[in-house]
Design a binder for this molecule. Sequence first.
Ligand code: OKP
Ligand code: MG
Ligand code: ZN
Length: 343
Amino acid sequence: MKTVFSPLHNRRTAMTELDGGILIAPHEKPSRAETILSRVRQEQLGEVLPPSESGLGPVLRVHTRDYVDFLRTSWVDWTAGDKPGEAIPAVWPARGMQQRVPKDIDGRLGYYSFTADTSITEGTWDAACASANVALTAQALVANGEPAAFALCRPPGHHAHADLFGGYCFFNNAAISAQAFRDQGARRVAVLDVDFHHGNGTQSIFYQRDDVMTISLHGDPDLVFPHFLGFEDETGEGPGEGFNLNLVYPPGTPFPVWREGLETACARIEAYQADVLVIALGVDTFEQDPISFFKLTSADYLLMGERLGRLNLPTLFTMEGGYDVDAIGVNVVNVLKGFEGAR
Ligand code: OKP
Ligand code: MG
Ligand code: ZN
């Protein structure tokens, strides 16, 4: 299958991630994308294409205008205040407080975020736009008849809500792509999130809708990020009731157990009669991942891909997490090769 990749991902090079009470070098770093790209080339997965410029139209189908404006201007606003470091939110409109957009940049950072782990930096806007363009270019390949395509997105997207950044995510590339499929005539779109973390942004964006089904397998939010969404009793709301599914697993979960969840997910997607499938592809389920607690092996990713391929749907893969850079290329390309082997 074809891969879409932009070197502009590199504009997202943060120095800081607030973790464990100190500022560490971010887990979500440029070498992640470069390692995946090398492996795609080494394994001759297929042609590697640059993105075309999609403009903000398709982004604004999912994200609010004020959020997009905030992201575009946040770095300039931050530096205008003579701040010495990267832009890190530190105050939020919590329970009992006003939900108003403040003028001051510190207030706006909190209003438009849900975490402090994701510092905004000079090139973040450019990279987030490039990442959305990568997703939309791969989406167009699938819409125009390719059986599958790989959007090598960076930064990732699945934690981003309509008007919130966090968890290393700014634009929700999977959601933007799912909406683009709908806008181009697909009747039912399924988004399956196999990243270790709950796809809270994607769930939230489509929670009240029945035209995009959202399913995520992930670590129990009682124990791990994003902590405040992703529980199994979240099944959708209003017209969306029954069109969201969360499959939650404990520390140490190995592939044979995780795979049962994948079977459940696949059965739901088949019953839904989806026209097209978006896979939010994170490989932080890996046994050596530094921030996660599942126990998948590199060989397991071949089997994961093979099962996804047997759904026999036009499929877009958007890249999400995975933080063991030594294995990320092998693991991602194993999913894609397993997928192609099944068709
Ligand atoms: C992004 B993706 C805890 C920091 C939490 C958030 C993890 C975001 C994962 N000290 N970091 O889903 O892979
Ligand atoms: Mg997930
Ligand atoms: Zn993740």
